[in-house]
Design a protein around this ligand. Structure first.
Ligand code: F6P
Length: 368
């Protein structure tokens, strides 16, 4: 029986659910029962550290261990229970205009006889997957990002676990906020899309939610806080996405410069707001940045299940020889969309239908 090799990698920021997707890619590709009907035998190799594993497959000075090795069913058996990615990840961009390494990447794919690639990632990782596909490689993608900002899918791995972290942390903050009658600003991730802040804020019952899709007025934030206190609130929780901006201001950045995919390094909106509110509202205000905690911990049941469904569907695409696609979840069904569609534009919060621009909070109604 003919044997073909599938390489699987995870790229970009890690998140919960990646290991489940890897496990089910491996299990589905190696499934003995399916092998007979497919009349083809697959071998699966794990590529460590995202695209770096294909740029430097033999390791490098800092880490001399080879980055490409065979995965077996026994190896991945328990992986779905764990957070992060057992394959490691990086933000290496083989098509970085300042240091284009796509030639060597393609050479290495051939040298390691990788007939197919499964790339698990967000807009950056899948953007590279799409370019490789245009360069003639047989690539499929699986969506993951806690920001949930990929188009063509209603779900991206890691989001639900991150929302659970936000909800749990805010539950913890409430007791201390109430005891001290303080305002707490909770900064979440979300560079361009406010999904984490919006759905994390909705799940935890935050009083104010600030998202990148709608520039807020500082005065209005103050008015809402005053109104809350007049109505007898002892404390308020404000959730702000890292990419949220006050009208007339730009995003708050943590560091100058951009990463290899050209993204600004954001961070600090929580602290900015806390200082500003303390001065204007004269109420003690503290900020907390949830940062990478949102990526951590045990994957939620939902992320484990979605990782499973996406992993199976990615191999289904390979079996059908249907490349250049990303598996996706749309209207309750697992399906697939062209990678081009997934990375073409970001999936942002619809301010008109999902956000209350007066109360700076979520808005869900079936009324017009
Ligand atoms: O993956 C996207 C993201 O979660 C952004 O919301 C955030 O700005 C970024 O990752 C942070 O990534 P890093 O791990 O490189 O600090």
């Amino acid at each position: 029986m003919e044997t073909r090799r599938i390489g699987v990698l995870t790229g970009g920021g890690d998140c919960a659910g990646l290991n489940s997707a890897i496990k089910w890619v491996v299990k589905t590709a190696l499934d003995d029962r399916l092998r007979k009907t497919r009349k083809i035998q697959y071998e699966i190799v794990g590529i460590r550290d995202g695209w770096k594993g294909l740029v430097l497959p033999d390791g490098d000075e800092g880490d001399p261990t080879p980055r490409i090795s065979t995965l077996t069913e026994e190896m991945v058996r328990t992986w779905d229970r764990y957070g992060g990615t057992m394959l490691g990840t990086s933000r290496t961009n083989p098509y970085d205009p300042k240091n284009n390494q796509s030639g060597i990447t393609i050479e290495n794919i051939k040298r390691y006889r990788l007939d197919y690639l499964v790339a698990i990632g967000g807009e950056d990782t899948l953007g590279v997957a799409h370019k490789l596909y245009l360069d003639g490689l047989k690539v499929v993608g699986i969506p993951k990002t806690i920001d949930k900002d990929l188009s063509g899918t209603d779900y991206t791995l890691g989001f639900e676990t991150a929302v659970n972290v936000i909800t749990e942390e805010i539950d913890r903050l409430r007791t201390t906020a109430g005891s001290h009658r303080r305002i707490f600003v909770v900064e979440t991730m979300g560079r361009h899309a406010g999904w984490l802040a919006l759905e994390g804020g909705e799940s935890s019952g935050a009083y104010i939610i600030l998202i990148p899709e709608y520039n807020f007025e500082l005065e209005r934030v103050n008015e809402l806080l005053m109104e809350g206190r007049r109505k007898g609130a002892r404390y308020e929780i404000i959730v702000a996405a890292e990419g949220a901006k006050a009208a007339g201001h730009s995003e708050v950045i943590r560091e100058e410069g951009v990463d290899s995919f050209g993204h600004k390094i954001l961070g600090g909106i929580g602290e900015f707001l806390a200082k500003w509110i303390s001065q204007l509202a004269k109420i003690e205000t503290r900020s907390i940045t949830l940062s990478h905690l949102q990526r951590g911990g045990v994957p939620s049941a939902y992320d484990r299940r979605m990782g499973r469904y996406f992993g199976i569907a990615a191999i289904d695409l390979i079996v059908q020889e249907d490349f250049g696609k990303m598996v996706s979840y749309q209207s309750g069904r697992i399906t697939a969309v062209p990678l081009r569609e997934a990375i073409g534009k970001l999936n942002l919060v619809n301010v008109q239908t999902q956000y209350d621009t007066e109360r700076y909070n979520g808005r869900r109604t079936i009324l017009g």
